[in-house]
Design a protein around this ligand. Sequence first.
Ligand code: COA
Length: 162
Amino acid sequence: MKIAIYPGSFDPFTLGHMDILQRTSRLFDRVYAAILINGAKTPCFSLEERKEMMNICLEQAGICNVFVESSSGLLVDYVKQKKACAVVRGLRDGADMAYEARLDSANRHLYAGFETVCLFSRPELNYISASMVREIGAYGGDISGLVPDAIKNIIAERLKHR
Ligand code: COA
């Protein structure tokens, strides 16, 4: 069984993340969408909120081989624990490429068996970022087309009352 990890902060989960996760679910038998801690970021949404929103999107899309989990440890330890053969990351542009290359090298330094599989974002989604959603939402702007419809209202309400 081919197992992959799709890690990220998902703060919040965007349409760009959903596209990568959906495509990953078709490439691997089982996928763990792992909400991990990026030490450089202070999250806006709680772990539980992020997990619940991702599960809503997966259920609505009828995706059955993706499991949402969270972990406060190192990505390499999570990969070993799940016996995953790859970590999937989305690439939107050259800046992402440089960032992912550094992340891959650091993870490979920690675990020689570490492999990253990068999927290119669909062009119509490659400008989306979680921080853009947070900023637009905080001003009460329209976040349609940036996040999955199923969780749009939850995110908008939450950001308005931040
Ligand atoms: N579409 C839309 N947006 C995308 C995207 C896509 N396909 N791919 C990435 N993004 C955006 C995210 O929304 C996020 O935007 P933001 O910076 O505005 O918030 C940004 O790109 C990257 O975020 P994300 O993909 O969630 O990952 P991250 O870089 O925050 O997470 C971890 C990195 C969590 C995987 C990393 O910190 C980690 O592995 N942590 C665990 C601890 C560890 O092992 N640390 C050592 C690592 S060497």
